[in-house]
Write a protein that binds this ligand. Structure first.
Ligand SMILES: C[S@@+](CC[C@H](N)C(=O)[O-])C[C@H]1O[C@@H](n2cnc3c(N)ncnc32)[C@H](O)[C@@H]1O
Length: 312
């Protein structure tokens, strides 16, 4: 639609949409801007993973409505997302100032968030997404992984396998939604077959003994994050949950292209220093494991509410 026509149309429409994120850890990771939008919306919808955040949202805004009941065991996720988008748009079309809050960053693995924005704009409504703190942001902090050091590759696990995504084994590899590989419906059980396929796919490149880390950012301030070392071949029996993200550590430092170094006029000493500081400083416990093997008291109660949009 041409810009002029679009702005003319949006001026006529009174409804609006804000898509915001509540972060991973309770209310502490909500930005001031996000909190203000949540408070002032005439209709608040939300999809979060824990009951404390649900209660907090209901306190901030009387109109709060949970989108989670739209999930159903065995129901195709894409159908659930479509119903969520229609529910959100119904309020926008009715002229409400709608805010939808998703946990984490609302634009990271949140199909309904992007789709609601796209549709609302296409229909001439003002629609804005605000950034939030994602699981990957927490991961950078907890695992001491700086994407600026060597780069960082991040894929949805099913997409990674189905499209044979090309990746560099010398760069940290982050795989999301590893517990639901190949599952297009909402299921409570992990996909063991999917993990077997992933393990053999990764073992072909890294070898079966190569180390990965199962990472779960803490959702409650009193709990430490889970950072559990796992050999690639042990993945199918690893204790993964709906909030686990897998980080495959780089195989070995990359060798610099010295011809390129010379061409760019970079001193050789810089290249040596960079390779020394490019390994993630993942914390090690006295037992030689990465972090606690299980987080004491880590609340698993609300795991079934983890949202896992298929990106196929
Ligand atoms: C539907 S995505 C939602 C991502 C979320 N919007 C975000 O910004 O992080 C669900 C996936 O996010 C990752 N995830 C969610 N919570 C997590 C946590 N507490 N720690 C680590 N990864 C998490 C897992 O890979 C999970 O399968």
């Amino acid at each position: 639609m041409p810009d002029e026509q679009e702005s003319e149309l949006s001026a006529k429409r009174s409804g609006s949409l804000w898509v915001v994120g509540t972060g991973i850890q309770l209310m502490g990771q909500v930005t001031l801007e996000t909190e203000s939008v949540i408070r002032s919306a005439s209709k608040l919808l939300y999809l979060v993973t824990d009951s404390v955040t649900r209660g907090w949202l209901a306190e901030l805004n009387d109109s709060a409505e949970d989108l989670f009941p739209l999930y159903g065991e065995g129901k195709p996720r894409i159908q659930t997302y479509s119903e969520m988008v229609q529910r959100i748009l119904a309020f926008v079309r009715a002229g409400e100032e709608v805010c939808v809050a998703f946990y984490g960053h609302p634009g990271v693995f949140v199909h309904p968030g992007h789709e609601a924005i796209r549709l609302a704009r296409a229909e001439g409504y003002r629609a804005t997404m605000l950034p939030g703190i994602s699981a990957e942001d927490c991961l950078f902090a907890d695992l001491g992984l700086d994407p600026g050091a060597t780069g960082c590759q991040s894929f949805e696990a099913t997409d990674f396998l189905v499209y044979s995504r090309r990746f560099d084994e010398h760069v940290p590899l982050v795989l999301w939604q590893v517990s639901v590989i190949g599952q297009l419906t909402h299921e409570v059980e992990n996909s063991i077959v999917g993990l077997e396929v992933l393990a053999s796919h990764l073992a072909a490149v890294y070898g079966p003994d190569h180390e990965a880390v199962i990472y779960e950012a803490a959702r409650y301030p009193v709990c430490p994050p889970v950072m559990r070392a796992v050999r690639i071949e042990d993945l199918p029996k690893a204790p993964l949950s709906g909030i686990s993200t897998l980080v495959v550590l780089p195989r070995s430092p990359t060798t610099a292209d010295m011809a390129m170094v010379k061409r760019l006029g970079i001193p050789d000493a810089y290249v040596v220093k960079k390779s020394e500081r490019s390994t993630p400083a993942i914390p090690r416990t006295a037992q030689g494991e990465r972090g606690p093997s299980t987080a004491p008291g880590h609340p698993e109660d609300d795991e079934s509410t983890t949202v896992d949009p298929a990106t196929l």
